[in-house]
Design a protein around this ligand. Structure first.
Ligand code: UDX
Ligand code: UDX
Length: 438
């Protein structure tokens, strides 16, 4: 099929590259010229496992990028809207990019005769496709949805860092359809995937995305609360998560306690759902608690560090800047408020991350020292805080001896406390009690 995708961020570009790899002809559209040039030269503008290989394989054949939305829409049969949907200051969703995209698609549809389906992939609150996207498409195309063109809502469930794997191996595909003809067309695009394909209304598809993210965020805040209690009662949250996760009704996934969730989705989507519910006069007791706990959790490592030593004038190493492993993304990343807090306490902060250093420079400027590797970050440090669950931080026990004091606060529980003690490390961790009560 011929596909155009508006917005080539983490979601749009992965969707485009994967659909091209599956044999479709894809044009990725973005307003940023540098991104477009980069994609056309098969250079990934973001760090994502497997993306370089996909671009190398498909660019120049069935994948290209362009700044020209009109032409891309006119020369395709399906257009995905995959632009960002950021939060406003009050937590509500900002739809300006979705609206802009709908306008340019509408204008292109005006000049197009054959049937076209517009698919909203961006995460939008229930009712948006119906009450915002369709009216704009109709106004600017002069055509009628369901008659002259089709509309679907197809949420993404891609984890950054594993997005290509998740696209190619989905648990399920959700197709919200305005009418059967629109849904049939998108079903055809996905019919060879080996997973349940659920067809539903536009609103239900929009809500499924929010409910899924809100549940996963809740699971994380839940285990973080349990972790905080574990510290008090003298047990290790990792043992507890294992014992709990073996219940197949619960599953072990998303039970890793730590510094809280970040990224471009969970915080923003939970906030948007809360804001939408409040507009409908519903008070979201559980979701408010999920966010409140998450905000507190980001400071938990600083509290632990502060109990160990007076942090002012101390050399503190922060390992990890990305909001999770496998990405260079620092949107809503827990290390940001943690580092700001350390700086406010007068600590001298050295940082290292395998991928996110350049992005962090835009936030911290010259307030922290950027180190080129783990060793230089740890050298002569008084205390180290691990903030991101990168694999390369998991086997660095012998490197902590480069520190002045081998004191580690493990914000992601990626080190083995027993092994750490064997290496002479004074180990502290989220949900870990120094003297585990047996
Ligand atoms: C996506 C989804 O779309 C969002 O709703 C979801 O909740 C998270 O994932 P993401 O891919 O992370 O967003 O967004 P981002 O990396 O900001 O990429 C959006 C791209 O769209 C950018 O490259 C931006 O330049 C482009 N864009 C934005 C346009 O091309 N046109 C616009 O009008 C606005
Ligand atoms: C998420 C969803 O998983 C995906 O389905 C959705 O469509 C986009 O948002 P993403 O934000 O890329 O994906 O990453 P994810 O792996 O879900 O992690 C989100 C945050 O939760 C990260 O900060 C991560 O470190 C944290 N996390 C995750 C935990 O703290 N503990 C866990 O057990 C799992």
């Amino acid at each position: 099929m011929k596909i155009s995708i508006i917005g080539t961020g983490y979601v749009g570009l992965i969707t485009g590259a994967c659909l091209a790899d599956l044999g479709n002809s894809v044009v990725c559209v973005d307003v940023i010229e540098d991104k477009v040039k980069s994609i056309n030269s098969a250079v990934p503008p973001i760090h994502e496992e497997g993306l370089l290989e996909l671009l190398k394989k498909n660019v120049g054949k069935n994948l290209s990028a362009s700044t020209d939305a009109k032409n891309a829409v006119k020369n395709s049969n399906i257009t995905f809207i995959a632009v960002g949907t950021p939060s406003r200051d009050d937590g509500s969703i900002d739809l300006k990019y979705v609206e802009e995209s709908a306008k340019s698609i509408g204008k292109a549809l005006k000049e197009k005769n054959n049937y076209h389906v517009v698919v909203v992939k961006s995460t939008v609150i229930p009712g948006t496709t119906d009450s915002v996207v369709i009216p704009i498409l109709e106004e600017f195309s002069g055509k009628v949805a369901g008659k002259d063109f089709g509309v679907c809502m197809n949420p993404e469930f891609l984890r950054e860092g594993k997005a290509i794997h998740d696209f190619m191996n989905p648990d399920r595909i959700v197709i919200g359809e305005y009418d059967k003809k629109s849904g049939d067309k998108i079903y055809k695009l996905y019919k060879n995937f080996n997973c349940p394909i659920m067809r539903t209304s536009l609103r239900a598809a929009e809500m499924i995305k929010y409910a899924a993210n809100a549940f996963l965020a809740t699971k994380i805040s839940f285990i973080n609360e349990i972790a905080n209690i574990c510290e008090k009662v003298g047990v290790d949250v990792c043992d507890i998560a294992k014992g709990v996760g073996l219940d197949h009704r619960i599953s072990p996934m998303f039970l890793n306690a730590g510094v809280g969730f970040g990224g471009s989705c969970f915080p923003k989507d939970v906030r948007a759902l809360i804001s939408e519910a409040s507009e409908e006069n519903y008070n979201t007791i559980l979701l408010n608690a999920v966010l409140n706990l998450n905000e507190k959790q980001k400071m938990r490592v600083v509290e632990i560090a502060d109990n160990i030593m007076d942090l002012s004038d101390k050399n503190i190493t922060v390992l990890g800047l990305a909001f999770k492993e496998g990405t260079d993304d620092i949107r809503d990343a827990p290390p940001i408020p943690t580092i700001e807090n350390l700086l406010r306490r007068g600590a001298k902060v050295s940082v290292y991350d395998p991928e996110a250093m350049e992005n962090a420079k835009g936030i911290f400027g010259n307030k922290v020292k950027y180190c080129k590797n783990i060793e230089s970050a740890l050298k002569d440090a008084d205390l180290c805080i691990i903030m991101t669950e990168w694999d390369e931080f998991k086997e660095i026990y012998d490197k902590f001896k480069l520190m002045k004091n081998s004191i580690v606060v493990d914000g992601r529980r990626i080190l083995d406390p027993i092994k750490a003690e064997k290496y002479g490390i004074k180990y502290y961790g989220i949900g870990y009690h120094k003297n585990q009560i047996r």
